[in-house]
Write a protein that binds this ligand. Structure first.
Ligand SMILES: C[S@@+](CC[C@H](N)C(=O)[O-])C[C@H]1O[C@@H](n2cnc3c(N)ncnc32)[C@H](O)[C@@H]1O
Length: 219
């Protein structure tokens, strides 16, 4: 059996419950999410298979070491991916894999004011600390002793521009009419989510960001 750790989302605990037959530990920074996950795992009779802990993925317990670690839309929130990668690599066994599914910067329109504004809204709204290109990730990973095994661009599989996304965009766009309103709204979790999500949709549809599955392997 693979000994595996996964960052997990517990809004619906979907990913963790779907892949739990292969996952031993889940990690979330949110105590509320960890409690919801514990209840969901208990309800599904999976408590003996998987444990979800509330911890910072940058400060995981020194033991155990894992065959694989999976982070879906999570490492982008790290204040420093450069510092995070060596600490995750330390917790992998030799030959172990780090699987990251996240948003990555591209070089398209780099320096264009509209692009940089959009990316700033994404960073501010979704509390994003680490936005990098895949090339930057690969270089940082190599410094941490991890080599690229696979890079899959999944952007075209995303369902962007659903009717509710248009409604959110209209609401977010309307906030620019009052000076500095958006700066104040971005401090409020509900609006931050709307502003960040809307900027993410715009950036993905213009390919300023791409959504990639990356597999890295420890030497
Ligand atoms: C945008 S959500 C993505 C959730 C999920 N993977 C999904 O696919 O829906 C970001 C997740 O990263 C987790 N997270 C962010 N920073 C973290 C940290 N420093 N340590 C552990 N988990 C963290 C949050 O708890 C949250 O569950």
């Amino acid at each position: 059996m693979i000994r595996c750790a996964a960052e997990c989302d517990t809004r619906n605990s979907g990913p963790i419950c779907r892949i739990v037959r292969r996952v031993r530990f889940g990690v979330t920074i949110s105590r509320v999410q960890a409690e919801i996950a514990a209840k969901r795992l208990a309800r599904e009779g999976l408590t003996d298979r998987c444990q979800v802990i509330c911890a910072d993925f940058a400060e995981l317990p020194v033991e155990p070491h894992y065959d694989a670690m999976v982070a879906v839309e999570a490492v982008v929130h790290s204040p420093s991916l450069e510092n995070l990668l060596p600490s995750l690599a330390d917790r992998l066994r030799s030959g172990g894999r780090l699987i990251l599914c996240d948003d990555w910067l591209t070089d398209k329109d780099r320096g264009l004011a509209a692009r940089e504004r959009c990316l700033d809204q994404f960073r501010a709204g979704w509390r994003v600390g680490s936005l990098h290109t895949v090339a930057e990730l690969v270089a940082m990973s190599e410094r941490a002793g991890l080599r690229l095994v696979e890079d899959l661009d999944l952007t075209s599989y995303l369902r962007l521009g659903r009717p509710r996304d248009h409604v959110i965009r209209l609401a977010v766009d309307a906030t620019v009419v009052v000076p500095r309103l958006r700066d104040r709204l971005v401090e409020m979790p509900f609006w931050a989510n709307m502003i960040g999500g809307s900027a993410l949709q715009a950036a993905l549809s213009r390919r300023w960001l791409e959504y990639h599955l990356i597999v890295l392997e420890k030497a």
